[in-house]
Each structure stands twice: as C-alpha cells, then as structure tokens.
Design a protein around this ligand. Structure first.
Ligand SMILES: Nc1nc2c(c(=O)[nH]1)N[C@H]1C(S)=C(S)[C@@H](COP(=O)(O)O)O[C@H]1N2
Ligand SMILES: [Mo]
Length: 193
C-alpha cells in the first residue's frame, strides 16, 4: 500500500503505533472457572438471552481486519482478529422496535454506549483473538467488543452484557467527559468537541 493510502487511514491528531498498548480503568479480571461466565442480552428484547460459556465456544468465528484508534492518540493499522459476528449473537434475541441504543456492560460494572446502528454494523464484532493469539487477560479475554469505526474506548473488554435501550445514556467514560459518539475522523474526543 502506498504512503498516501496509509495517510488517509490515520484520523486527525493520531500517531501510528506498532505495539498494542494496554489501557483501561480498574482491575483486569482473571477467570479460573469459565462455567460461571456468560454473556447476557437484555433490555428492549422480547425475551432476554444468556449465552453460557459452552454455547459461546460453539458459535461460528470469522476473521475481521481493521484499524483501531485510541482517543489517547495512538492508532494501530491492519489488525487481524478472530471473532463472532454481531448478527450471530443477535440471532438469540428479537429486538423490540423501540430499541435504538446499546449499552455494553463489562466485568466489574464498566460500561460504554453507542447507537444500535453502529453496534449492528458489519464491521463490529465480538473479538476473541488478535493477530493470531487468543486475547490476553489485559486485552479483554475471553471476549471484547470491537467497534473499529469509533474510538477504541467503545470496544469494551471483558464483555458480559449487551443492553438494548430506547434512549442514549452515557457509559463510564462518557459520564467522565468523553464524547457520546466518538468518531475518530471527526475528532469527537470530548463532550465539548
Ligand atoms: N471493560 C473495559 N473495557 C475497555 C476499557 C475499560 O476501562 N474497561 N477501556 C477502553 C479504552 S479507553 C481503550 S483505549 C481500549 C484499550 O484496549 P487495549 O487495552 O486492548 O488496547 O479498551 C477500552 N475498553
Ligand atoms: Mo482509550
């Protein structure tokens, strides 16, 4: 790929990194008994669904390639992930028509919000491997959301719940000054941007 093309892929105010920085608020969860792990789909759905770990492991995986952009100004290009398509988990529930926003719930109560349409994009997925390696505990094992077209704080690590809502509500960083939407190409870093 030529330099020009690469340049177009780097949002304003971002710098490339070759590493994979670890960033989060709070403690990394370590699991010793996966039988207690599950993923809950709840809120504005006809019937809630809980995906147990065994069922989670049986869901089909796909490869996704993308660029990620952290609000702290690093971008990382050409990530190759393995993950479960959003449509695969959405097969477990029937959305009510009022559902327009999503709250992602992570281990220890951490949350982040996004519009339903952004959650449902073909490029969003539930990631399980990064560049050939199982996600490490620091990067979100066993599953993290990946929403590459928004700043990386929307990509909840240690995902445990997906809540469907009628109205937008701020998650953890959004209550602490970050933007409700977070488009890196429009530099929507903070709530006043
Ligand atoms: N559960 C949880 N997920 C999280 C965070 C967090 O604090 N808790 N931080 C977010 C932020 S600010 C960033 S930049 C990315 C960092 O992911 P990484 O550590 O894999 O690079 O995770 C996001 N997902
Ligand atoms: Mo971040």
């Amino acid at each position: 790929m030529d330099a020009n093309t690469t340049q177009n892929r780097i949002p304003p105010g971002q710098k490339l990194t070759a590493g994979f920085p670890v960033l989060h608020h709070g403690e990394v969860p370590y699991y010793n008994d996966m039988s207690k792990w599950n993923l809950r789909l709840f809120g504005l759905v006809e019937e809630e669904a809980t995906i147990a770990h065994k069922e989670w492991l049986s869901l089909p995986r796909r490869t996704f390639t993308n660029d990620i952009h952290c609000v702290t100004t690093w971008s990382k290009l050409d990530n190759v992930w393995e993950g479960v398509a959003v449509s695969t988990v959405m097969d477990k529930v029937k959305l009510l028509p009022e559902a327009k926003f999503v709250m992602l719930h992570a281990e220890h109560g951490w949350t982040t919000n996004l519009p339903l349409a952004d959650f449902l994009r073909e490029t969003s997925f539930l990631g399980t491997k990064h560049n050939g390696q199982l996600l490490t505990p620091e990067h979100g094992y066993p599953v993290r959301m990946v929403v590459p077209h928004l700043y990386f704080w929307k990509s909840a690590k240690w995902l445990r719940g997906i809540e469907f809502m009628a109205k937008d509500k701020p998650g953890f960083w959004e209550r602490n000054g970050y933007h409700m939407y977070g488009d890196p190409f429009r530099e929507e870093r903070f709530d006043y941007d």
